[in-house]
Design a protein around this ligand. Structure first.
Ligand SMILES: [Mg+2]
Length: 274
C-alpha cells in the first residue's frame, strides 16, 4: 500500500478536524449506499470530527442534497452540505461584498448567492457570476457578454464541462457555458469549485480551521485529490468509485492515503486499523 500513498502512518488522518466528503463513488453509487458509509458518518460525529458533504453541482440548492442524503439514511443538517454554488456565494461575500452581480444560473443558484448576501442586478452589474444553468436563456448570455466586455470580473462556480447522466448521457455543465462566454469575449473565468483550492479556502475561512487540519475524501484523482493538493489539505482516495490501484500507481498525484472505502477510515479513527 505504501507505494500508492505519501504518508507512512495515520497521524494526519487522525488529527484532521474537518472531513470534506465527496458523495457519488465515495458514500454511494446512485441510490446504492455503500456498506458502512452511514456508520462512517456516525464515527465522525462520535470522534468529534466536523464533516461536509461537498458537491460541484451548482444547479441545485443545498436543501435538495439534505433531502436526498437523509432519504439515503445519512445524518445531515444544513451546515453539513456545501455546493459549489454556496461556495461561490461565500466567495463573493468574502471578496466582492456590496458589488452587484449579473448571474447566469438557475433559480436555486441565485437563491444560494442571495443567502450569502449577494446583490443580484442583471441590468447594472460589477461582477459576472456563472453556474451550471439548466434553465439557461439566451438573454442571460447576452447580458453576461455585455458586462464581461466592459471589464467585469468573471466568477464561475464549477469547471466541469459536462454533468454525467444515466444511460451514458451528459448535460453541458458550467465549464461549457463559460467556454461559450470566453469565446465571445476573450475573458476567462475564475473558478471556485473542485479542483480549485477556492472551494476549500472559503470553507476553511468560514470554519476557522487551518487547511492542514482538513481531510478531503473522494474517489477521483483529478478532482477530489487534486483539490486537496491544491489547497494543502490531507487527502484520502477511496477505491470504491472510479479509481483503481493501477491508476494510483501511474499518477504523479499521490494521495496522502489510499483506502478501499470509507469503512477503513472509520476503523482508523476508532483505532481498529489492521
Ligand atoms: Mg465521486
Amino acid at each position: 500500500m505504501s507505494e500508492l500513498q505519501t504518508e507512512t502512518d495515520y497521524e494526519k488522518l487522525k488529527e484532521s478536524e474537518l472531513f470534506i466528503l465527496d458523495m457519488d463513488g465515495t458514500l454511494y453509487l446512485g441510490d446504492d449506499v455503500f456498506e458502512g458509509a452511514v456508520d462512517f458518518i456516525h464515527t465522525l460525529k462520535r470522534t468529534g470530527k466536523q464533516y461536509i458533504y461537498l458537491t460541484n453541482n451548482s444547479s441545485r440548492a443545498g436543501a435538495d442534497y439534505i433531502d436526498r442524503l437523509r432519504r439515503l439514511g445519512f445524518p445531515c443538517e444544513r451546515e453539513n452540505v456545501f455546493t459549489s454554488g454556496m461556495a461561490t456565494g461565500l466567495y463573493l461575500q468574502q471578496n466582492f461584498s456590496g458589488k452587484k452581480c449579473c448571474v447566469v444560473g438557475t433559480k436555486a443558484f441565485r437563491a444560494e448567492l442571495e443567502r450569502y448576501g449577494a446583490q443580484i442586478d442583471d441590468e447594472n452589474a460589477d461582477v459576472v457570476v456563472v453556474g451550471f444553468d439548466t434553465e439557461l436563456v439566451y438573454r442571460e448570455l447576452e447580458r453576461a457578454v455585455h458586462f464581461l466586455r466592459k471589464g467585469a470580473p468573471f466568477i464561475a462556480a464549477n469547471p466541469d464541462w459536462v454533468c454525467p447522466m444515466p444511460h451514458d448521457e451528459v448535460l453541458p455543465d458550467c465549464g461549457s457555458i463559460c467556454a461559450l462566454l470566453t469565446a465571445s469575449t476573450g475573458v476567462k473565468p475564475f473558478y471556485i469549485g473542485k479542483p480549485n483550492r477556492n472551494i476549500v479556502d472559503v470553507i476553511a475561512r468560514e470554519r476557522g480551521i487551518d487547511n492542514r487540519r482538513i481531510c478531503c475524501v473522494g474517489d477521483r484523482l483529478y478532482t477530489d485529490i487534486a483539490v486537496a493538493q491544491n489547497a494543502g489539505t490531507v487527502s484520502v482516495l477511496v477505491l470504491s468509485g472510479e479509481t483503481d490501484e493501477k491508476m494510483v500507481r501511474e499518477t504523479d498525484r499521490k494521495p496522502s492515503y489510499v483506502l478501499p472505502d470509507v469503512r477503513a477510515i472509520s476503523a482508523i479513527l476508532e483505532g481498529r486499523e489492521a
